[in-house]
Design a protein around this ligand. Sequence first.
Ligand code: GDP
Ligand code: MG
Length: 367
Amino acid sequence: MAEKFILVHLIPPDQRPEDADNELQELVALVTTYGGATVVKIMQKRDHPDNETYIGKGKAEELKISAKEEKAQVVVLNGIVKQGQIFSLQRYLTDGKEDVAVWDRMDLILNIFAKHASTAEAKLQIELARMRHMGPRMYGLGGNELSRQGGGIGTRGKGETNIEIMKRHWREQIKQTQDRLKKLTTEREKQIARRKELGLKTVSIVGYTNAGKTSLFNLLSKKRKLVENALFATLDSTVGELYVPSLNSTVIISDTIGFIQNLPPQLIDAFKSTLMESVHAHILLHIIDISDEKREEKIEIVEQILADLKVENKKRIFVFNKIDAVENLEEITYQLHQKYSDYNPIFISVHNKQNIESLIEKISRYI
Ligand code: GDP
Ligand code: MG
């Protein structure tokens, strides 16, 4: 069963009601992406967040009652919140029982990425970002797996009373994670270099989260064969090969982690090396969920991040996926064709396997 979420948005004095609504809607969408179900949404006008509990004692009391009534497991505060505030609010809500987790927006995004990350490298990067975000306090929060994965030493009492040990442990863990990450990154760079030497062509799948990247990757690639191939032995499951009949050869195809709006800058850095696969690819397949009303905004967001990574000049194909899920398909495809004619748009459905052959043909032409 989906975990139940309560969302809290503080409305700053200068925010218009409709903008506040939009922000909250976006947070609901993120929770859905995570796999959770939103049961309560709370908005509150405030000049600034409460120093201790972020939302203030009164709201915290109200929140506590709703959490009990709805049997909610997670409260998400829509903002980047100080660990001390999260800690206080969590303690207030749970009376020490740890049945409700408190996350901020960053935690939610980190947890979404953690769920979607399939490579050891991506997992470590997420872990590192999480450790940095939470600070030494992560080891003082006790055993609530849900709220603070990645913690782990000792009990709450220990963590709270021995701040110095906690800090030292935290610094050591960060160092260790960085070292492990460095090894993996070097390994991957070597592999990219070797593929290049061998003259292998590569295609990377990028796109907003939930567009269907992994589904397309699974449809196109033959991973099992790769596992036996020494060149890719240490490579993770997100790189596969795709046979292109018209070229009578194989191209390397890789899946990437999804993009999300308002990705905290700290995370862009953390994910850069995972996205290096795309930097080195010959072609980018930018996958877009055509059935998503916000598809054009999401295209912009992804393209902006690609520009930040300096890969905006790569050849790319806009792959509009999920054509099985729209009603006025003809009208929409016509508009998108016009608007994105520079990006070789193609319209497919992974579910119904529609236009997959044409996509492969297109890939072969651009390689
Ligand atoms: P990713 O986050 O981009 O890797 O997206 P996933 O491949 O995990 O897919 C996200 C969701 O979209 C899943 O629920 C898929 O079943 C669904 N999906 C993928 N392709 C299609 C499609 O062609 N049509 C429809 N209707 N749904 C699809
Ligand atoms: Mg995916």
